[in-house]
Write a protein that binds this ligand. Structure first.
Ligand SMILES: Nc1ncnc2c1ncn2[C@@H]1O[C@H](COP(=O)(O)OP(=O)(O)OP(=O)(O)O)[C@@H](O)[C@H]1O
Ligand SMILES: [Mg+2]
Length: 538
């Protein structure tokens, strides 16, 4: 089915094609740019193009594909870097040079490569869609191959194969291959969803100890300009106690992404000692790339993440920043002349975001394994104003929110997580785990730590009036202990060895500070003056 371009407005194009379906993939213009149908009217349809529309003109052809926007799922995704349309950047560079040409259709997976297939089913076995039929070794992971249809196995491969060759033939003639396509807008099916109860260790003391995250949970990091969102996301990508990390650079600076790629190539995974990139997939849509592709990069990434979750792995999706996607939605919505909602964002902003958050979770997969998809997404509110619509919509949907504070960042307190504004709904469930596995005192110490910080805040006001000298020794001691909590415990420099703090180290560190506070308090009661005790401690 072919039609003609009748209008172009930035990334949106209207065409006179009839019979299109909503969210159908189309190829736009002579250069065959990838686009998706976002509105259908009686005699025309509107398409959002994921590639640069510069140079496109009226009456160029538009071709319907009859399929939705899909990603290819199969072995070979790990350690790769993709653009928003799942084109592998390394091969794109080989073919087109460092400046990506629009419309270059390069498959995400390498169809020449041979993989060794280990079958887990026998001839004659009855299999169901989603069931595991065998695996290949992808780096250090077993990449399980799942059946795409039901039936009885009439033959199954054993040995080397390429992704073009069928692995299984079913009675009746249908075939199962090592890879397949999946629509990015359809969540992967599962048997059951559970509420998150296992911790997602980030190696950040402020998070693991005060606002713990859960595998299968969602967290947002709202923070104004320069509050450390990118550094925090990257630290978590390096150190998170998880099987696979999918990192999306969405609409942020290209040089930061280049640094990340260079940095990650040399690092080892602190949990396994293997190469860090072996467990990563990067999706890159930097600020100089087409705006509409921010949407496709987010959906491409989440679909690949879900796919590995389906194999029974624990997967973490990191996106920096979700606000850039929301801005793209606003731009597209305004060129579609839709009725604007708050601050010009489309009225469906909140539902689009919450549907996206819903794709996280702990699942029992169709093959009976337990996998999870967790999300940590940064949000960049303009002017650091947390009341703006994107931050508010994210706060409503996320299970944990780590509010990054500009005043802490100015004082070089990093990560600049505000301990009064942040929260985690997983606190109770995860505490149980830490108490059982790390320290019986975990909860008690957390209460003590929060108490010290709260009392410090109250005392600061009094000290502001009477001065530090006007405070009693016991109050001055508290201020001293609180400073230790902030500077020695909550601060973590991302550029030193301290960047990663395992929970065992975290609990020892806070225990030391609380013990110090208790000991000095005891000495004060025995009548020793504070200054003398502190001098002795030095
Ligand atoms: N954990 C950390 N340890 C040491 N320095 C940090 C840390 N986090 C942030 N910084 C410092 O703060 C600067 C800004 O951090 P970052 O680029 O992550 O902020 P951002 O919130 O992503 O900014 P933007 O809004 O511009 O994207 C960094 O260049 C670094 O110097
Ligand atoms: Mg940033």
């Amino acid at each position: 089915m072919t039609g003609k371009i009748k209008g172009i407005s930035g990334p949106t194009v209207s065409v006179d094609l009839k019979g299109l379906k909503l969210y159908e993939k189309v190829c736009v213009g002579h250069s065959m740019l990838t686009g998706e149908v976002v509105r259908i009217e009686q005699d025309r349809a509107v398409i959002q193009t994921y590639e640069d529309t510069k140079g496109l003109s009226i009456n160029e052809p538009v071709k319907a594909t009859g399929t939705p926007l899909t990603v290819r799922l199969g072995p070979g995704l790990l350690s790769e870097m993709f653009d928003g349309l799942q084109r592998p950047l390394s091969r794109l560079r080989e073919e087109t040079g460092p400046f990506i040409k629009a419309s270059k259709d390069i498959c995400a997976l390498d169809y020449q490569r041979r993989w060794r297939f280990h079958p887990l089913k026998d001839k004659g076995a009855e299999i169901k869609s989603g069931e595991i039929i065998g695996y290949v070794e992808e780096g250090r992971f077993r990449h399980f191959i799942m059946g795409s249809n039901n039936g009885r196995v009439s033959s199954i491969a054993d040995g080397d194969f390429t992704l073009n060759e069928p692995l299984v033939e079913l009675e009746g003639g249908s075939k199962i291959f090592g890879c397949y396509e999946w629509s990015v807008r359809i969540p992967r099916p599962c048997k059951k969803k559970f509420s998150p109860s296992e911790p997602l260790i980030t190696g950040q003391r402020a998070m693991d100890f005060l606002f713990p995250l859960a595998r299968g949970g969602t967290a947002v990091l709202p923070g104004g300009f320069g509050t450390g969102k990118t550094i925090l996301e990257q630290s978590i990508a390096k150190f998170a106690g998880i099987d696979i990390v999918v990192y999306v650079g969405c609409g942020e600076r290209g040089n930061e992404m280049a640094e990340l790629i260079e940095d990650f190539a040399t690092l080892t995974d602190p949990w396994t000692g293997k190469r860090l990139m072996e467990r990563m997939i990067l999706v890159v849509n930097t600020s100089n790339m087409p705006v509409a592709a921010r949407e496709s990069s987010i959906y491409t990434a989440v679909t690949m993440a879900e796919y590995y979750g389906d194999m029974g792995y624990h997967v973490l999706l990191l996106a920096d920043s979700i606000s850039r996607w929301a801005e793209a939605l606003r731009e597209i919505s305004s060129s579609l002349e839709e009725m604007p909602g708050e601050e010009g964002y489309p009225t469906y902003l909140a539902s689009r975001l919450s549907n996206f958050f819903e794709r996280a979770g702990v699942v029992e997969t169709l093959s009976g394994k337990t996998g999870s998809l967790s999300m940590i997404l940064s949000v960049s509110p303009p002017g650091g104003d947390f009341t703006e619509p994107v931050t508010q919509a994210c706060l409503r949907s996320a299970g944990a929110s780590l509010m990054l504070d500009a005043s802490l960042a100015h004082k070089r307190h990093f990560p600049a997580i505000n301990w009064f504004q942040s929260y985690s709904l997983y606190e109770k469930a995860i505490s149980r785990h830490f108490i059982a596995r790390i320290s019986k005192k975990w909860d008690e110490l957390r209460q003590r730590c929060k108490e010290i910080l709260q009392r410090e805040s109250a005392l600061k006001e009094i000290a502001g009036i009477v001065g530090m000298e006007g405070l009693q020794d016991s109050d001055r001691l508290l201020m001293h202990a609180a400073e230790k909590v902030r500077m020695e415990f909550l601060c973590q420099n991302a550029y030193t060895e301290d960047a990663f703090s395992p929970p065992e180290k975290t609990v020892l560190k806070i225990e030391e500070i609380v013990e110090f506070y208790d000991n000095v308090q005891r000495m004060l009661k025995e009548g020793m003056p504070l200054d003398e005790i502190l001098k002795m401690q030095e």
